[in-house]
Design a protein around this ligand. Structure first.
Ligand code: CTP
Ligand code: CA
Length: 227
């Protein structure tokens, strides 16, 4: 109740968020995925909606319901996620890439279910690199100045070094870093914000609390920009 009387930091803003894992097919009944639960991305979507934004969530397969008032597009593969993002990018003020997008898809996926044979050799999978959705969106920003791009990075080591480097490489103003095995599937997280001034640690908290803090940080940074 109290929250509903507070000024809404993202009122009038349109926010596009990716969340969850992607699923890269091997054949019609099998595929490759990762350990993302979608909890962080869904928390960010909920927090952005609470802050008054119009939120579109492009989600890989998760077990989560769409947050109240959030429009969701369901996808499976990284390519489908890229297509859904690009088709809905126009007019967005903020893009937040929380999804754990598969870096590779199976290049020799089978159209029919693969069958094992008695004593036969196991299949050999070939991989092709998926396009970088965040970098593709960030590249469009150089034309209009929008959307404000935020990335997430899950590392397993050297978060401070990799986080700062990844922000630069992706060409984005804000990158959120976390340690993969401290967050995947869990309700709590510790995140570090990397921007052009350096980094800020947000102490361990539940994902919704962190998501609300992140939304405020984003709102502050776009406060005086008009589309
Ligand atoms: N990302 C993306 N498309 C991809 C790969 C990553 O949009 N094909 C986005 C993620 O949603 C995240 C950010 O890029 O916001 C960082 O993802 P991460 O996997 O940490 O970085 P990579 O550039 O893929 O580098 P690596 O996995 O080798 O560390
Ligand atoms: Ca990656």
């Amino acid at each position: 109740l109290v929250a509903s009387f507070q000024p809404k930091s993202l009122a009038g803003r349109r926010v596009l968020i990716t969340a969850g894992p992607t699923f890269e097919p091997i054949d019609p009944v099998r595929g490759i995925t990762n350990l993302s639960s979608g909890k962080m991305g869904y928390a960010v979507a909920r927090a952005a909606r609470e802050a008054g934004a119009e939120v579109l969530l492009v989600s890989g397969p998760t077990a989560l319901p769409a947050p109240h008032g959030v429009r969701r597009i369901d996808v499976q593969s990284a390519r489908q996620m890229l297509d859904a993002v690009m088709a809905n990018l126009k007019g967005q003020h903020v893009f937040i890439g929380v999804a754990a997008v598969a870096d590779w898809r199976v290049a020799n996926a089978s159209e029919q279910k693969m069958k094992k044979t008695e004593g036969g050799a196991p299949p050999v999978l070939e991989f092709a690199q998926n396009e970088d959705i965040l970098a593709t969106v960030a590249a469009t920003t150089s034309v209009s100045g929008w959307p404000y791009c935020v990335g997430f990075a899950a590392e397993s080591e050297n978060l401070l070094g990799y986080g700062a480097g990844k922000r630069e490489k992706k060409g984005i103003p804000l990158l959120v870093g976390n340690i993969g095995h401290h967050t995947f599937g869990q309700d709590d997280n510790t995140i570090i914000l990397f921007d052009e001034h350096g980094h800020t640690v947000l102490p361990r908290a539940d994902k919704l609390t962190l998501a609300r803090q992140l939304v405020l940080e984003i709102a502050k940074r776009i406060e005086h920009s008009a589309l």
